[in-house]
Design a protein around this ligand. Structure first.
Ligand code: HEM
Length: 341
């Protein structure tokens, strides 16, 4: 009877002890493991895996082996670049260029032809040159608008037109970007073949650069000698050619995803494409400014293909001399009278 009552007292105490052990000690051991580590707990610790292996990878049974990599640090870096750095780089380059041009216009106004019109027009760009230029220009403008949609569309356009309209527009913008790219590549290639010889450095470049082409001379009397293209135009030409090659190569990598490279190569292609793209847009804004509003008589060169002789003498005196030499001192070939008003 005494033994029984002692047992009645001890059993709850033992049970309570076992329960306390179970509640407090077992989970702690389970978490740390008897050896101080638990492989299962570590296997799902994403940050530790990222730190140790640089990526989170698993086993898959579908054919696309890339799907086995769930995430890797470069992917996050790329997302950070695309979502934060790129819009800033783009906005600073493009808005910065517009501001610089506005200031330049306020300072210098429209660059006029000092001697006025001579009435004699000379051929500056033939039909093939103009076709190549306008094909490239039209394609570039479409690529620029649809390309900027990738960077700014979600932030600026979607709040204005709503998600449905933005989605429809973005699908068409993406198709346009993919197909018009080929016209741009062809155009750049033709311009390269047509103009490369006129765009190598020559002995007039240093002097042209020293006086900045006379662009900051408000009296408009500084006209450094230049061949068919002056140094500023040569810089534009090489920006278009080298930028065009970088955009084309990186763009082809993106048009055929993973055909030539792995995920890291794809991300590198996107970095190059995006940065060269926004910078070239800023450069082309300056080119379009000087070819239209910025300089009297410039647009006609690419519009009708002819320019006034006085304009040519002021901006491309060496080229005019070369053209006149071909006609032994007479007016250059392909001249045409100014059309009747
Ligand atoms: C509406 C847009 C554009 C206008 C009004 C325009 C106008 C002009 C003009 C007037 C010239 C001849 C300058 C001269 O007589 O010396 C020219 C040349 C040239 N354009 Fe354009 N252009 C435009 C867009 C583009 C674009 C988008 C590209 C390429 C992506 C481009 C590439 C070139 C190149 C490489 C030259 C020869 C080098 C130079 O003069 O700077 N243009 N453009």
């Amino acid at each position: 009877m005494r033994i029984w009552s002692l047992g009645r007292l001890i059993s709850p105490a033992v049970a309570a002890l076992i329960l306390a052990f179970g509640l407090l000690v077992v989970p702690a051991v389970a978490q740390n493991g008897s050896s101080g580590s638990n492989p299962t707990a570590q296997a799902v610790n994403e940050q530790q895996l990222l730190d140790e292996l640089n990526k989170v990878q698993g086993r898959i049974t579908i054919p696309d082996r890339k799907a086995a990599t769930l995430q890797q640090p470069q992917g996050r870096d790329y997302q950070g670049f695309h979502e934060r750095a790129l819009p800033w780089i783009g906005a600073i380059a493009i808005i910065g260029m517009l501001l610089v041009l506005a200031l330049f216009y306020l300072f210098r106004g429209r660059i006029r032809t000092l001697a006025g019109e001579s009435g004699i027009r000379i051929l500056r760009f033939n039909a093939l040159e103009r076709l190549a230029h306008w094909t490239t220009a039209t394609a570039f403008i479409i690529l620029a608008i649809t390309g900027l949609n990738f960077v700014f569309g979600k932030r600026l356009l979607m709040p204005l037109i709503g998600p449905e309209a933005f989605s429809t527009w973005s699908i068409w913008a993406k198709y346009a970007h993919d197909f018009v790219a080929w016209a741009f590549m062809l155009g750049v290639l033709v311009m390269l073949v047509l103009w490369v010889w006129d765009n190598f450095p020559d002995r007039y470049d240093a002097n042209w650069l020293k006086s900045a082409g006379g662009m900051f001379d408000k009296s408009n009397r500084t006209h450094p000698p230049a061949g068919r293209f002056n140094t500023g135009q040569k810089l534009i030409f090489w920006a278009v050619v080298l930028g065009g090659i970088a955009l084309s190569a990186s763009g082809i990598f993106m048009l055929f995803p993973f055909a030539f490279t792995d995920i890291n190569g794809m991300q590198t292609a996107q970095y190059i494409h995006a940065i060269v793209g926004v910078l070239l847009i800023a450069v082309m804004i300056a080119h379009i400014y000087i070819g239209t509003l910025g300089m009297e008589g410039a647009y006609e060169a690419m519009g009708s293909g002819t320019v006034d002789l006085n304009w040519a003498k002021e901006h491309h005196s060496v080229w005019v001399d070369e053209q006149q030499a071909k006609t032994k001192g007479g007016v250059p070939p392909h001249t045409a009278p100014t059309p009747a008003e």
